[in-house]
Design a protein around this ligand. Structure first.
Ligand code: 13P
Ligand code: SF4
Length: 317
C-alpha cells in the first residue's frame, strides 16, 4: 500500500535498475503519464522507440503500439504492463483480409494506419499515423490506386484533404471515436459559439467538423483536425477562452497542464478507451519488477512490417 509519491519513486528506481525507459501514450491514466520519461502520440512514440538508448522499453499504451516499438527496436526488450490491452480498430482487419483486398486491386499501394497488428503491417506498403496520413498519401504518385486501412473516418479525411478520388477505404472504426458523432459536435458548437474545436480524424464527427467550418457555421480558423500530438501543440499556442476536444478523454490531462488559462472540455465525456485504461499503476510496477509482459514478433513478420513503418518514418510528419 504505497502512497502515490512512494509509488512514483519506486517506479523510477526500478526503471533505473532495469535500464528501462517508460513511454506513455497521451490517453494513459494521469499518474502513468506523469511518471513516464516521455509522453506522445503514436508517431512521436515510434520515433522515440527507435532512438532511445535504454536496453528496455516499457510501453504504456495498447498492444499494437508496443509491437510497433519492438518492430523498430528488435534488439531491445519491450514490455507492456498488460498484454491484453488491445484496440477495437486494429481488430477490424486481419492479414488474410489485406491479402484478399490486394488481390482485388492488383498494382494498388496499400497504406496502413499504425493501429494494426504486426501481421497486418507485414502485408502493407507503407504505414501512417493521424499526424502524417496526408503526407504519406501525397508521397504516392497520383496515378496509383490506394487501399487505405483500417479506419473509415481517417480514410475519408485524407481523401478530403488530398482531393484524391482513387483511394479505397476499409470500413473499420474505433468504437471510442466513432461514438463522438456529428450531432453531438454540432450541438456543443452551437452552445459554445466562441469555442475552438480540436477533432481527432478517427472521430465519427470529423466530416461534420469540416462541414461546420466550410459552411461558416463556425469560423474556419477555429476548427482543427489534429492528432493527439497536434492537439498539444495547438493548445500551447491558443489564446481561446475555451476549446472543445473531440477525442479520448485521457488527452485532457496534458492539454490542461500545457495551458492553464484556456478551458478544455470534452465533446463527449464518455469517450474513454478501456484498453488504454488497462495500464494501471500496479501493473506498471509489476512489469518493472518482474520483467513481465514481454512483446515478441517473429523475425520474418517483423522484417516485413519494419519496411512499412520505416518508409513512413522516412517521409516525416
Ligand atoms: P494518435 O497517433 O493521434 O495519438 O492516435 C492514436 C490512437 O490510438 C487514436 O485513437
Ligand atoms: Fe484503439 Fe480507439 Fe483505443 Fe485508440 S482509442 S487505442 S483507436 S480502441
Amino acid at each position: 500500500n504505497l502512497t502515490s509519491a512512494e509509488w512514483a519513486q519506486e517506479v523510477r528506481r526500478l526503471a533505473k535498475e532495469r535500464d528501462a525507459v517508460i513511454l506513455a501514450h497521451n490517453y494513459q491514466r494521469p499518474e502513468i503519464q506523469d511518471v513516464a520519461d516521455h509522453t506522445g502520440d503514436s508517431l512521436a512514440l515510434s520515433r522515440l522507440a527507435a532512438s532511445v538508448d535504454a536496453s528496455t522499453i516499457v510501453f504504456c499504451g495498447v498492444h499494437f503500439m508496443a509491437e510497433t516499438a519492438k518492430i523498430l527496436a528488435p534488439e531491445k526488450t519491450v514490455l507492456i504492463p498488460d498484454p491484453e490491452a488491445g484496440c477495437s480498430l486494429a481488430d477490424t482487419i486481419t492479414a488474410d483480409d489485406v491479402r484478399a483486398w490486394r488481390a482485388e486491386h492488383p498494382g494498388a499501394v496499400v497504406v496502413a494506419y499504425v493501429n494494426t497488428t504486426a501481421a497486418v503491417k507485414a502485408e502493407t506498403d507503407v504505414c501512417c499515423t493521424s499526424s502524417n496520413a496526408a503526407d504519406v498519401i501525397r508521397s504516392i504518385p497520383e496515378d496509383r490506386e490506394i487501399l487505405f486501412l483500417p479506419d473509415q473516418f481517417l480514410g475519408a479525411h485524407v481523401k478530403r484533404v488530398t482531393g484524391r478520388d482513387n483511394i479505397h477505404v476499409w470500413m473499420g472504426e474505433c468504437h471510442v471515436h466513432a461514438g463522438i458523432d456529428g450531432g453531438t459536435l454540432r450541438e456543443r458548437a452551437a452552445a459554445e459559439p466562441d469555442a475552438e474545436l480540436y477533432v481527432h480524424p478517427e472521430c465519427g464527427c470529423a466530416t461534420s467538423a469540416l462541414y461546420l467550418a466550410g459552411s461558416g457555421a463556425v469560423p474556419e480558423e477555429r476548427v482543427k483536425v489534429l492528432s493527439t500530438g497536434g492537439m498539444l501543440t495547438a493548445a500551447e499556442q491558443t489564446t481561446a477562452d475555451k476549446v472543445l476536444i473531440a477525442t479520448e478523454t485521457g488527452m485532457l490531462h496534458q492539454l490542461r497542464a500545457a495551458n492553464p488559462t484556456t478551458v478544455f472540455e470534452p465533446v463527449n465525456p464518455r469517450a474513454e478507451c478501456h484498453y488504454m485504461k488497462m495500464i494501471t499503476a500496479d501493473k506498471l510496477l509489476g512489469a518493472l519488477r518482474d520483467g513481465s509482459g514481454e512483446i515478441t514478433v517473429d523475425e520474418e513478420t517483423a522484417a516485413r512490417a519494419r519496411r512499412s513503418v520505416e518508409r513512413m518514418i522516412a517521409i516525416g510528419s
